[in-house]
Design a protein around this ligand. Structure first.
Ligand code: AMP
Length: 280
């Protein structure tokens, strides 16, 4: 047995694929929560849902180099493995998979992934190659783990849709979407929030509150496009941020939307040099 099995604590930590295969032998009704670590309450809500809907839950922590379009961003991505293990043990996750790059991608040649034209918008437009990297890692992890259900957050809504379309076509695993968990002052929880200084943390909360109110304000208004353009300008000016996009799009297929029905407001912005995304 290669995995580190601690008899007193239930969670099995799996660090390579033979650990993984041995541990998962005969496991049925498996829930999978893929993460890049620095575990927070957003991740925990996915895990809780998995524990409720499946018999066993596996969490992965893997900072996937292929989904970073910027080397510095990859290097600076927050890592907190000791604390993560402590939290995941406490919440009684069954398996924690912490693979090395070669366990995930092995000798596999970089798989060609094609993102259809309609989805080359929002983050796909501003982070070239990002979703190709996300789909490559989700393809490999789903192949290796073979979960019944995969739990993903609406916080990363475009990722959720792209992964759902890709994975459910190729595997029998179902993607289960989970609501965004927020700070009490409205900022969506994210591992990247730990990179914000105090002042920027406060500003990011204000921006989230501002957009929640703005979405309510848009109800029954006309010419939403213009109002959103003005809001973009106002936020950049008042909060000294650089907005990549602020757009209203349909939840189903992310097509441009001119009204609030079945639509979400999507934002990505830089505060200092930290890029945050959210949707309302
Ligand atoms: P990450 O570790 O950032 O790659 O996120 C792993 C999973 O957790 C993804 O499916 C995210 O969408 C989800 N997630 C991240 N932040 C939140 C949040 N605040 N609320 C709900 N889910 C989240």
């Amino acid at each position: 047995m290669f995995y580190l099995l601690n008899l007193f604590i239930q969670m099995k930590i799996l660090i390579n694929n033979s650990d993984l295969n041995e541990a998962l032998k005969g496991v049925t009704n498996l829930g999978f929560v893929p993460t890049m670590g620095s575990i927070h309450k957003g991740h925990l809500s996915l895990i809780k849902k998995s524990k409720k809907l499946t018999k066993k839950t596996i969490v992965s922590i893997f900072v996937n180099p292929r989904q970073f379009n910027n080397k510095k961003d990859y290097k600076n991505y927050p890592k907190n493995i000791k604390n993560d293990i402590k939290i995941l043990k406490k919440i009684k996750v069954d398996y924690l998979y912490i693979p090395k790059i070669k366990s995930v991608f092995g000798k596999n040649k970089k798989q060609k992934i094609y993102i259809s034209r309609n989805y080359r918008i929002l983050c796909a437009k501003f982070r070239k190659g990002h979703f190709e990297g996300v789909l490559q890692v989700m393809d490999r992890l789903t192949y290796l783990i073979k979960p019944n259900k995969i739990f993903m957050g609406e916080k990363d809504y475009q990722q959720l849709l792209l992964v759902k379309n890709f994975i459910e076509k190729k595997y029998s695993s179902k993607i289960i979407s989970c609501k965004t968990i927020r700070e009490k002052n409205n900022l969506a929880l994210s591992s990247r929030n730990s990179l914000l200084n105090n002042q920027n943390f406060i500003v990011a909360n204000k921006i989230a509150t501002n957009l929640i109110k703005f979405k309510k304000f848009l109800k029954n208004k006309k010419n939403l496009e213009n109002l959103i353009r003005d809001k973009n300008y106002e936020l950049e000016k008042n909060f000294k941020i650089k907005i990549d996009y602020l757009e209203l799009r349909k939840k189903r297929d992310l097509k441009n939307s001119k009204n609030l029905s079945n639509s979400k407001l999507f934002i990505a912005y830089y505060i200092g040099d930290i890029r945050l995304i959210d949707n309302f």
